[in-house]
Structure formats: structure tokens, C-alpha cells
Design a protein around this ligand. Structure first.
Ligand SMILES: Nc1ncnc2c1ncn2[C@@H]1O[C@H](COP(=O)(O)OP(=O)(O)OP(=O)(O)O)[C@@H](O)[C@H]1O
Ligand SMILES: [Mg+2]
Length: 192
């Protein structure tokens, strides 16, 4: 089967010399197209660090990351930014919405930056707001939303460019706990 993301012997160290700490040590990851993987482990074990490296936001100290058939950890920041915009959706643990843009603009912006037409970006935004159950929030500012609503805006923004890879860091932490029976179980659980 073809991998969407593959990592080998990933390690990440922060700081230097006596202050150095190891956030991840020798992690291998294989995710196939369409596969749903849960990364699990206690606070501070390196989940966010791992997602940042798989998504090309940060570089590993050692090891390799491949997206489809392209090695991405050794690309320049600029090349990784283009790749992220087109192929990867991120739902950040702290949402990272842009505070002075409306909900609608937060969702449309990545599409416009990727060259999608204004009308298409609006259409995708409206569909996502509808699907996520917040169609009435389009004109609000992020600070005026509840945590769970902000999280849904963050999910919509991550999906607007129809990414091949969706990386979500604690994506349901602020959402209601009702379980959707259609939701698949993870095919893999990666324990850190
Ligand atoms: N920029 C950084 N500089 C220094 N240390 C860092 C940095 N980012 C993360 N760390 C350290 O790396 C370790 C892993 O952090 P990380 O945020 O990946 O954990 P996590 O598993 O996502 O935790 P949580 O469940 O609390 O979100 C922690 O000990 C953290 O202090
Ligand atoms: Mg984290």
C-alpha cells in the first residue's frame, strides 16, 4: 500500500548541552492513504512535537520524514510552506486562529493563498461551516466564540484546501463527547 506519510528514526532534541532535552527518540511512523491513526501518550511525551515534524512545521534533529514519495525534512522553510499549504491540514492544539479576522476570513484565507478563486473559497467555507454545525458564526470574531466553536473553525480551516494529510492535535478536547457511531476507530494506535 502507498504511504501518505512515513518517518524513520525520528528524534527531536531541544536546547543544547546541559540544558538539552529529548522530546522524541527513534520514532517510526507509517500511515497509508485514507488511514486514521491515533497518537497516544501522557502530557509531555512528544505528541505535538511529532505532529509538527510530520507536517513539516519543524525539523527533526535526526531521522527522515517523507510525504507521499517526497522527502520533506530537508526542504527549505519556503518549500515546506508551499507543501503545507497544498497538501497538509493542521488543527493546532491552541487553535491559532487569526484574532483580527472574522471566522469566515480565517477559513477562506488558506484557500485564497493557495490560488483558489474567491467564489470557490466562499463556497467551500459555507459548506464547512454547515457541516461543522456553526453556519451562523461566519461574521463573528474568534474571541467571541466558545472553545469548542473555535476548535470547529480550526477544523474547517484545516480542511478548506482538501489536504491529503490532516494532522490534528487534541482535536476533540473542547468538543461535546457524544460519540458518532459513523466515526471509524483508528486503524493504528501509535503509543509514545
Ligand atoms: N520549543 C521547545 N523548546 C524546548 N522544549 C520543548 C519545546 N517544545 C516542546 N518541548 C518539550 O518537549 C517535550 C514534548 O512536548 P510536546 O508538546 O510534544 O508534548 P505533548 O505530548 O504534545 O504534551 P501535551 O499532551 O501536554 O500536549 C516536553 O517535555 C516539552 O517541554
Ligand atoms: Mg501537545
Amino acid at each position: 500500500m502507498e504511504s501518505i506519510v512515513r518517518a524513520r528514526a525520528l528524534s527531536k532534541h531541544f536546547g543544547k548541552n546541559a540544558a538539552e532535552s529529548v522530546a522524541l527518540r527513534d520514532i517510526d511512523v507509517d500511515v497509508e492513504f485514507g488511514e486514521f491513526v491515533a497518537v497516544m501518550g501522557p502530557s509531555g511525551c512528544g505528541k505535538s512535537t511529532l505532529l509538527n515534524m510530520l507536517g513539516g512545521l519543524d525539523r527533526p534533529t535526526r531521522g527522515e520524514v517523507h510525504l507521499k514519495d517526497q522527502r520533506i525534512d530537508d526542504l527549505s522553510e519556503g518549500r515546506r510552506a508551499v507543501l503545507r499549504r497544498h497538501s497538509i491540514g493542521f488543527v493546532f492544539q491552541a487553535f491559532n486562529l487569526i484574532g483580527n479576522l472574522s471566522v469566515a476570513d480565517n477559513i477562506e484565507l488558506p484557500a485564497l493563498l493557495a490560488g483558489v478563486s474567491t467564489s470557490e473559497a466562499r463556497q467551500r467555507r459555507d459548506t464547512l461551516l454547515e457541516q461543522l454545525g456553526i453556519p451562523d458564526k461566519a461574521t463573528q470574531m474568534p474571541a467571541d466564540l466558545s472553545g469548542g466553536e473555535q476548535q470547529r473553525v480550526s477544523v474547517a480551516r484545516a480542511l478548506v484546501n482538501r489536504p491529503s494529510l490532516l494532522l490534528a492535535d487534541e482535536p476533540t478536547g473542547n468538543l461535546d463527547t457524544k460519540r458518532d457511531p459513523r466515526r471509524p476507530e483508528p486503524a493504528q494506535e501509535l503509543q509514545l
